[in-house]
Ligand binder design. Structure first.
Ligand SMILES: Nc1ncnc2c1ncn2[C@@H]1O[C@H](COP(=O)(O)OP(=O)(O)OP(=O)(O)O)[C@@H](O)[C@H]1O
Length: 764
């Protein structure tokens, strides 16, 4: 600020002295300079006064002069006391001024000058937190029904049919979990209030809390008594694995009933699915036959005015094959459809006879994910199809005309929307056109019981982690040795000890911090972590940071689909809902893409050949898990595709090889373990540049409830993993081998290079 040098006022000492001097001169001229003059003015008097004045100007008396005792002698004795008092006061004030620092100089009379630096302001009083007396959320979202996670009820108390109870008991299910205890009374038909239209339900409950059974049981109970087959229930989930899983639960509950279940996922052709979804028939209707045949003729001769829809084309294809006078009919072959959103939309558009006209139940599981993106605007298309009024059975035209003239009762479609990370975004939820909805939130700690309205306002994002989950985080330096850290983690922390205790044992699995496993446990890590790990900001997208990525910079196709054998995960779900412990750990490792998963599979099976037999790649192209075999895989490498809903009861550990992209993604990934009250561990590997983001957004995030803090574990690489060690040389060889594979694959043109594995599929 050199051009605006600060103004410093001069010391007023000289001024004060001069002032004092002038006073002493005027009021007490020194006696020795007094000249005796005759009374009355004269010329010589004037001359003498002028000379004296000039002499005074030329030789002004100094301060010391003022103090001089000579001066006192010239003061008349009657003023001398006053004068000496004045002198003393003057001396005192002069001494005080001289001693005082510059800032204390009284500047009241001085003009205040400032440069362009803003004046210092007093510190602001803290603004108190805004507590609104209203909520922008609608009442049902702002004040949900909060259910304690510890709430349980015997299934026998929940008005289930004897058959269903028997099936549940066969599976060892006698007690309903909290979400089931809350939902069943709301969804099962009320014994008296049958005339009331049903209301829609949104559910937010932690991963592994039993949401599937909570919606499957009421639907099965409802459909069990229906005599004719009509599509009455549709369950929408994001992936084909979840379709299979939900199907397994439905099949278990619907055993012995006539309920027809259909799947629509796209692992088979649309035509094959159409055959399973629709029963084709024929009816004698010569007039309509004639019209359709005329259209078929025009189509063949290219005389049609407009393009036919797929459904119209199907009808024309079918009518030409029927005997004269007959027209085709299409009826639903399924009571309940479990599907991905894309296939559902496809059938609505292209499958003759596929309508939602009779649907009474719509379930959207993993709703936040399915509502996140438009996915061919499936919500709008499905809600539009549900809005269509159910066609009335019209035995003859007169009655039909009469019925049409009468006001019609609305069709009620009960919508059940669920997720472990349920959105509170009203704009997304409103697309579902919910009717008088109720929000149910299953939480760990709450005073609110099932029957009471919650008084707590649930925040915009408030996720719950299972109370049986333990979380750990491992720093991996700059990430270049990440595969080695992963192997060290598997060796020293996961496969070193039997996990059998963790499956049914105490909630918290203590981190083994003994020196033999080459690790340091820093239990206070979650408080002091950032000091060592936030050297730089990291983005949430950590997808490309694994060593294998850096080694080749490109993708490699997964060829491990062949390693995967049936039976599928479905069958496990049917038979192994509450498995006995095997005494061994099973790990699910999350990578960001199919290619990254394949690279990691290549690396760890080459570095540690003993893992080859027990490591499985689970990607879109290889979705079956050979879990029913006598030796299930111990390591599963997958993508975020496996993060939603997948229920692997034997899974004891989750490893985030790359940190997830969001808190919700973290919740779903780690929620693959610690399910249904079992213990589980979640480990996250983070590089230096990811530490800050991980600790701030995930480990210490405010929008999440966890029973224990995330613990930092510092792993040390073993000697053989360091430079010159045997494991490291195998690592280097594996990287080299991978480079060759990638180079050779890159030379061939490939489809879908670099594609990320979507965790939602449109068509299965
Ligand atoms: N009442 C019960 N008694 C014992 N086990 C149960 C009960 N209900 C559900 N389970 C088991 O709990 C596990 C988790 O259930 P489910 O898959 O429905 O969880 P979820 O809440 O849908 O989890 P996510 O949000 O991850 O999809 C399953 O293995 C299921 O068999």
């Amino acid at each position: 600020m050199a051009p605006y040098a600060r103004y410093v006022p001069p010391k007023p000492t000289a001024l004060a002295v001069a002032h004092t001097t002038s006073i002493s001169q005027t009021s007490a001229p020194p006696q020795q300079k007094q000249v005796k003059v005759p009374k009355g003015p004269s010329r010589s008097d004037d001359n003498g006064r002028k000379k004296r004045k000039r002499a005074e100007i030329d030789n002004p008396p100094t301060t010391t002069d003022t103090n001089n005792s000579d001066d006192a002698s010239v003061i008349p004795s009657k003023h001398s006391a006053v004068y000496s008092k004045f002198q003393k006061a003057a001396q005192r004030s002069e001494a005080a001024r001289a001693a005082a620092p510059d800032e204390n100089v009284d500047l009241a009379d001085q003009p205040e000058l400032h440069d362009l630096i803003p004046l210092p302001q007093p510190e602001r009083a803290p603004t108190p937190d805004f507590v609104p007396s209203f909520s922008s959320l609608p009442q049902w979202l702002a004040r949900p029904i909060v259910v304690s996670q510890s709430t349980t009820r015997p299934f026998s108390d929940l008005s289930l049919s004897k058959k269903t109870l028997a099936h549940l008991e066969q599976r060892g299910y006698t007690t309903a979990f909290a979400v089931q205890a809350a939902l069943l009374p709301l969804l099962l038909p009320h014994p008296y209030l049958t005339h009331l239209p049903p209301n829609d339900i949104c559910v937010s409950a932690p991963t592994g809390s039993g949401k599937t059974l909570a919606y499957v049981l009421p639907i099965v109970e409802n459909l069990r008594t229906r005599l004719d087959t009509k599509l009455r229930a549709v369950i929408v989930v994001p992936t084909r694995e979840l379709v299979a899983q939900a199907c397994a639960v439905v099949s278990t509950c619907a055993q012995g009933s006539a309920i027809q279940i259909a799947l629509a996922v796209g692992s088979q052709s649309v035509a094959a699915e159409q055959e399973l979804l629709i029963k084709k028939g024929r009816v004698y209707d010569p007039e309509r036959h004639h019209t359709l045949m005329e259209q078929a003729r025009k189509r063949q001769c290219f005389e049609l005015d407009s393009d036919l829809t797929d459904i119209e084309a199907t009808m024309l294809d079918d009518v030409v094959r029927l005997p004269s006078g007959y027209v085709p009919t299409y009826n639903s072959a399924a009571d309940l459809l479990i599907c991905t959103p894309g296939r559902l939309v496809e059938h609505l558009a292209a499958t003759a006879g596929f309508t939602l006209d009779h649907v009474e139940w719509l379930v959207v599981d993993e709703a936040d994910r399915l509502l996140d993106q438009s996915f061919q605007e499936w919500v709008a298309k499905v809600t539009a199809a549900l809005d269509v009024q159910r066609p009335l059975f019209t035995p003859n035209p007169e009655i039909a005309a009469l019925r049409h003239s009468m006001p019609r009762r609305d069709r009620y479609v009960r919508k059940v929307i669920l997720s472990a990370t349920m959105t509170r975004d009203i704009s997304k939820l409103s697309a579902l056109k919910l009717r008088r909805p109720t929000m149910i939130v299953v939480k760990t700690e709450t005073e609110t019981t099932l029957d009471h309205e919650a008084t707590v306002t649930v925040g915009a994002e408030n996720f719950e982690l299972p109370t049986t989950l333990s979380e750990f985080a491992v720093p991996v330096g700059d990430g270049s040795d990440k595969p080695l850290f992963l192997l060290e983690l598997l060796r020293s922390k996961i496969f070193s000890s039997s996990i059998s205790s963790s499956i049914s044992g105490p909630k918290k699995i203590e981190a083994d911090s003994s020196s033999t496993d080459s690790s340091d446990t820093d239990s206070s890590s979650s408080d002091d972590e950032s000091s060592s790990d936030d050297n730089s900001d990291s983005s949430s997208d950590s997808s490309e940071d694994d060593a294998s990525d850096s080694s080749d910079g490109s993708s490699s196709d997964s060829d491990s689909g062949s390693e995967v054998s049936s039976p599928s995960v479905t069958s496990k779900k049917i038979t192994g809902l509450a498995p006995k412990t095997t005494g061994s750990s099973m790990v699910l490792i999350f990578t960001p893409s199919t290619e990254a998963a394949a690279r990691l599979h290549h690396l760890i099976t080459h570095i540690e050949p003993s893992y080859k037999a027990t490591t499985l790649l689970l990607t879109k192209s290889s979705t079956n898990l050979s879990l029913n075999t006598s030796s299930p895989p111990r390591i599963i490498i997958s993508t975020d595709r496996a993060s939603r809903g997948l229920d692997l009861p034997l899974l004891t550990h989750v490893i985030n090889y790359t940190i997830p992209r969001s808190l919700a993604s973290y919740v779903h990934r780690v929620g693959r373990t610690a399910r249904a009250g079992r213990s589980g561990e979640a480990w996250t590997l983070f590089a230096e540049n990811e530490g800050r983001w991980f600790w701030n957004e995930i480990a210490r995030a405010t929008g999440i409830s966890r029973s224990t803090k995330v613990e930092r574990i510092n792993l040390k690489l073993a000697a053989e993993q360091k430079e010159g060690g045997e494991v490291r040389s195998r690592y280097v060889d594996a990287l080299e081998g991978m480079k060759e594979i990638v180079t050779s694959k890159n030379s061939k043109p490939r489809k879908g290079k670099g594609r990320k594995d979507g965790d939602v599929e449109m068509t299965g």
